[in-house]
Write a protein that binds this ligand. Structure first.
Ligand SMILES: CC(C)(COP(=O)(O)OP(=O)(O)OC[C@H]1O[C@@H](n2cnc3c(N)ncnc32)[C@H](O)[C@@H]1OP(=O)(O)O)[C@@H](O)C(=O)NCCC(=O)NCCS
Length: 181
């Protein structure tokens, strides 16, 4: 089952946020070994904007009442001012945001990967964006990341490749229309 944070009551929301944080660190190569305030700041940098400003686009995939994966996104990337400060690549790809206004981050618990959960979350997010007349979705990942094949199977194509702070990154985009969803 897929639900948005805004579908949950206060207790379920608190539990869901804890599960999201656990999945985030299980999925993060650089954050996994962090401790204390550095760990808190790292998590906040990548999630706070979405939880505070777009809780309706924080989607949870649940099994037996627990989150096994999540997606966080925003349908107006050009307006997300805090992300220009928080995400190291955000400014560098700004010129792509008019053509692909929405963006997403998705992570699945390691025990539940390769079972179609990530694809369901991305497709649900695209449907919500299309219903808001958003015409394109993008994400940024490492040029050599395994997850590129996952996105490409969902129709995402290379839009831009850039080196940012010494890292080779790609922006993958997918055009969407309300007729398709
Ligand atoms: C990428 C990810 C969101 C896909 O969700 P999923 O439910 O596993 O995906 P699906 O079952 O719909 O599709 C499976 C595909 O996902 C990708 N995938 C699976 N495990 C992965 C992993 N550990 N790391 C990166 N990609 C992975 C592969 O392309 C896989 O296809 P394959 O099994 O033929 O290699 C999920 O695997 C994950 O959280 N990976 C680690 C973190 C990550 O890369 N997040 C995306 C950041 S941009």
């Amino acid at each position: 089952m897929i639900r948005a944070l805004t579908d949950l009551d206060a207790d379920d929301r608190t539990a869901a946020l804890q599960q999201i944080e656990a999945i985030f660190f299980l999925s993060s190569a650089s954050g996994g070994t962090m401790l204390g305030p550095a760990r808190d700041a790292f998590y906040r940098r990548w999630t706070h904007y979405y939880i505070e400003h777009h809780p309706d686009l924080v989607l949870l995939a649940e099994t037996d009442g627990a989150a096994i994966g999540y997606l966080m996104g925003c349908d107006r990337s050009a307006d997300a001012q805090p992300l220009y400060r928080d995400l190291f690549y955000y400014q560098a790809f700004e010129y792509c945001y008019a053509a692909y206004p929405a963006h997403l981050h998705v992570n699945i618990h390691p025990d539940h990967r390769s079972g179609g959960v990530g694809a369901s979350l991305v497709e649900t997010f695209e449907s919500l964006c299309a219903a808001r007349r958003c015409t394109g979705v993008h994400l940024v990942t490492a040029a050599g990341a395994r997850n590129r094949a996952f996105y490409e199977r969902l129709g995402y194509e290379l839009v831009s490749a850039r080196r940012v702070e010494g890292r080779e990154l790609v922006l993958l985009g997918h055009k969407i229309s309300s007729k398709d969803k």
